[in-house]
Design a binder for this molecule. Structure first.
Ligand code: BG6
Length: 520
């Protein structure tokens, strides 16, 4: 008999090796992303013992600053944004020695020459290699010039092949449409090969997003049902309670389509709809994701008026606070027609999904922050229980909560205890925080570690980005001449315009969100 209890514990095949010694050069180091996300992420990796002894973070920015002052500013940000990490001053002081400030303009050859010398000097002092992860955390308009400056300073490739590695992380948005994204890829690929490029989308670093693959392909009970024969429709909602905050100027150029649909939602959609990959490597997974994006039925510009709802928030309440409308936000034009909300119905024209609608919506200043995927199964036939006084019964629904309260919930029918045959919907609910001990790492921690290890599975490949733009471009084009008076408004703190409800009600369906009432 096999003694299951005494089976030797196998090493976890998925545990991560330690990255090689490295230099992380962050361009745009005086910006929000660096202090809110990047430095806290590197610091947490350091505290968790996941970084090698030899590493430096070089903060590259245009403003005058000193190492000391930059370290102090970053400590204040850690206290503000990740208070849990700011407990040990000693650990911070040790970490801070790895932080170096480098002031230069993005097109200044001397500044890049000085960067190269600094890296060479520090590597020599520490007898380590000159592995470099360059992180573009600036506004997108600086991406090309920085890449060119890296090339001119001979920083994009090792002096001798095999000496060390050089990689480039590019923040979203990657281009502002298909054309500009192709052009950006062309410019970057003149300097870096595709294998060196890591297009980051922090949604892919979220634990609950990575779990989509495991949930679908490490269980045998869901996959046979995962198709048009059993699934009636799918809903993807990405709602936020915040407005545009202090990013009005950026948001004016982006809008909800570029900010959320082209990237975060396209990743969720492709992971939920893709075929099983042949292997678990970066390219095999991305091959399947891109097939889904290419199978999306285009929404022609002329049909956008009928098939896509867009809207903008007006003044209202968020929690118990009165909040301004989008047009009153700093950096926003008084006559702006930028959408802060959209809802649409998409179709994936392949064998698995033919005819299954994917209802997608996203908005800022909605009542709560929720990202959720709802898989709505077909109703049972109108016989036995789904007839007479127990009808209509709610069909089964599987909800995948991406955030917050990450988890999975299955709605099913059960008999109400008693002498009558009456039926009620119940939920089996799994919450990460209830069931799993370890708090998931922050998305940026995971993605930075992957980039340091050269694993690009959770980064977007150029063809994925382009396929996503090919779907989104005609939608944006179709909206371009809608005047402000035609753009519906919704009060801050509400679920968007009535038109969004009508879009789904027209198909005899309603938007659903499964909020957990009880969680830790
Ligand atoms: C960013 C968008 O990519 O994602 C923001 O630019 C948005 O507008 C944010 O608020 C949402 O991220 P999260 O992780 O809070 O869902």
């Amino acid at each position: 008999m096999v003694d299951l209890l005494n089976k030797p514990v196998q090493a976890n095949p998925f545990s991560r090796p330690e990255p090689d010694p490295f230099f992380l050069v962050i361009f745009g180091a005086s910006g929000d992303l660096t202090r809110r996300k990047l430095i806290p992420a590197v610091y947490n990796l350091y505290r968790q013992g996941l970084l090698p002894a030899d590493f430096f973070v070089i903060a590259f920015a245009r403003r005058d600053n000193s190492d000391e002052n930059f370290r102090h500013q970053m400590f204040r940000s850690i206290q503000q944004f990740t208070p849990a990490a700011s407990d040990g001053r000693k650990s911070w002081d040790q970490f801070a020695r790895h932080l170096i400030y480098h002031q230069a303009n993005f097109d200044d050859p001397d500044g890049f020459e000085a960067l190269r010398e600094k890296i060479h000097y520090l590597a020599g002092q520490n007898t380590t290699t000159e592995n470099c992860l360059f992180y573009l955390a600036t506004q997108p308009r600086y991406f090309s010039v920085i890449v060119q400056s890296l090339a001119d300073a001979d920083l994009s490739r090792p002096a001798q092949p095999g000496d060390c590695w050089r990689r480039l992380v590019v923040e979203k948005p990657f281009g502002s449409d298909l054309q500009s994204s192709l052009e950006l890829t062309r410019q970057i690929q003149e300097v870096f090969s595709e294998k060196q490029i890591f297009r980051i989308d922090h949604y892919l670093g979220k634990e609950s997003v990575q779990n989509l693959l495991v949930f679908r392909f490490a269980n045998s009970i869901f996959e046979p049902l995962w198709n048009k024969n059993y699934i009636d429709h799918v809903q993807i909602s990405v709602t936020e309670s915040i407005g545009v905050e202090n990013r009005g100027a950026f948001y004016e150029q982006a809008g909800a389509f570029r900010d959320i649909l082209q990237n975060h939602i396209m990743h969720l959609l492709s992971l939920i709809a893709m075929e099983p990959p042949v292997r678990l490597d970066a390219d095999a997974i991305r091959d399947e994701k891109v097939k889904i994006l290419r199978a999306l039925r285009p929404i022609a510009p002329g049909c956008v008026g009928d098939e896509v709802v867009r809207a903008q928030y007006s003044a209202g309440t968020s929690g118990d606070q009165l909040v301004p409308g989008y047009l009153e936000e700093p950096g926003v034009a008084a006559d702006s027609v930028t959408e802060t909300f959209f809802a649409l119905k998409a179709f994936i024209d392949n064998w698995r999904w033919a005819g299954v609608p994917f209802y997608i919506r996203s908005g800022k200043r909605m009542p709560v922050r929720i990202t959720e995927i709802g898989i709505h199964f077909r109703p049972v036939p109108n016989v036995l229980f789904n007839i007479g006084k127990t009808a209509p019964m709610l069909p089964n629904m599987l909800t995948i909560r991406i955030q917050p309260n990450e988890g999975i919930s299955l709605q099913f029918q059960a008999k109400t205890p008693g002498y009558e045959m009456s039926i009620q919907p119940l939920k089996m609910d799994f919450g990460y925080s209830d069931s799993l001990e370890n708090a998931p790492p922050d998305a940026y921690q995971r993605l930075l570690l992957d980039a340091l290890l050269g694993d690009s599975t959770l980064f977007a490949r150029s063809d994925e980005v382009e396929a996503a733009w090919s779907f989104v471009d005609p939608i944006i084009a179709g909206c371009s001449d809608i005047a402000l008076q035609e753009l519906p408004q919704y009060s801050a703190g509400t679920w968007g315009p009535k038109l969004a409800d009508e879009l789904i009600i027209a198909d005899n369906r309603i938007w659903t969100l499964t909020r957990r009432t009880k969680f830790r």
